[in-house]
Design a protein around this ligand. Structure first.
Ligand SMILES: [Zn+2]
Length: 354
């Protein structure tokens, strides 16, 4: 609601939920709601906006609601909610309407530039772009306001649905592309691994779709790679068998993996199987059914970009530095082979075997 103010919601504790404007000087953590006053000023400054949001979110209780006034736009609400905002308002939708700005999920379009109304909401479907342009200023602003609020509310409803279906991150990765500042915010927030990791579910009942370059840095992916590196202890074997990933998960039920395992027969128990994959890095066979190893899907073209190459290569190097093997058999080709065959990978293995 655009007309909520902190005075109105700051009611005595015995009269139900209470809220207050967040203040760094007076850090109180017992309220049900905190208002991130002035946060809208940082909309165009992703670094500052992220820092402000993180500061409030870290200092208030996890179940206290965070209200970010005067900032919600259809293109940024998914990101704001992903980063911990609970309550938004329609202030920007109303201001835009009085500036003849027509909101879409991909940003504003000035009414002058609209040849048709790209919307089927109740307010747009009964009229045309020309009719709206011909309206007097007040009538036009009222119609644009109703449309802008409708499109904003539809976007928030979709975000709620993506939360229910445990796929908000995928939506945020796609949604931010219309605005460079939002892409920056996604990348900067991924660099804040500790902040995101403790707020990211350990398991999600939905596939993890790795379709953008930021999929490599999402907390679930980095967490899996770190845990393989830091916590996993493989059984003691002399031979490491490196295999490429498969589209089918878990890998062992795929045609290629099951044939390979069958061909190895009783020798299978003598080797440590490790699967090389993007974006997870390396997946020991024992962990192939854990989240997200059995739950991810990625874009497969046969081409790996430099970042993917570097990330997966580093995961393999770290694995080889930690666990010594007398022999390594890499049953791989193409990009997988160039990762296994790289000087850094060979160096890691030799260093741990000399
Ligand atoms: Zn509309």
């Amino acid at each position: 609601a655009g007309d909520v103010t902190c005075e109105k919601i700051d009611v005595p504790a015995d009269e139900g939920p209470t809220g207050i404007a967040y203040s760094e000087r007076d850090p109180e953590t017992t309220r049900d709601l905190y208002v991130a006053d002035g946060i809208g000023c940082h909309e165009g400054n992703p670094r500052r906006l992220l820092a402000e949001l993180m500061k409030v979110r870290k200092n208030i209780a996890p179940d206290s609601a965070l209200y970010a006034p005067n900032i919600a736009l259809p293109e940024n609400v998914a990101m704001l909610i992903y980063l911990g905002v609970d309550i938004l308002d329609t202030t920007r939708a109303t201001i835009a309407a009085f500036e003849d700005k027509y909101m879409t999920s991909a940003g504003f379009i000035h009414l002058d530039r609209l040849a048709e109304l790209p919307c089927c909401c109740a307010h747009c479907s009964g009229t045309s772009a020309k009719e709206v342009k011909d309206m007097d200023k007040k009538q036009r602003a009222r119609l644009l306001e109703k449309h802008n609020i409708a499109i904003l509310e539809a976007e928030v409803a979709l975000v709620r649905q993506r939360i229910r279906s445990a796929s908000l991150r995928e939506y945020v990765e796609g949604r931010c592309r219309h605005n460079p500042a939002l892409v920056a915010m996604l990348r900067l927030s991924d660099a804040e691994y500790d902040f995101l990791e403790e707020r990211t579910a350990l398991f999600k009942p939905a596939p993890l779709l790795a379709t953008t370059s930021e999929s490599l840095t999402r907390p679930e992916v980095v967490r899996f790679a770190r845990r393989v590196q830091q916590r996993y202890t493989p059984p003691e074997k002399d031979v490491l068998l490196l295999l490429p990933c498969s589209a089918r998960k878990p890998y062992s039920i795929s045609m290629t993996h099951s044939r390979f395992r069958k061909a190895l027969g009783k020798n299978l128990k003598l080797v440590q199987e490790v699967i090389i994959t993007s974006p997870l890095g390396v997946v020991p066979r024992e962990l192939e059914v854990t989240y997200p190893a059995a739950h991810y899907d990625t874009t497969v073209t046969g081409y790996w970009d430099a970042e993917e190459h570097r990330w997966v290569g580093e995961c393999l190097e770290n694995f080889l530095l930690k666990h010594p093997y007398k022999h390594i058999v890499a049953h791989v080709e193409d990009e997988y082979r160039s990762i296994c065959d790289s000087p850094a990978t060979r160096h890691s293995w030799i260093r741990n075997n000399s």
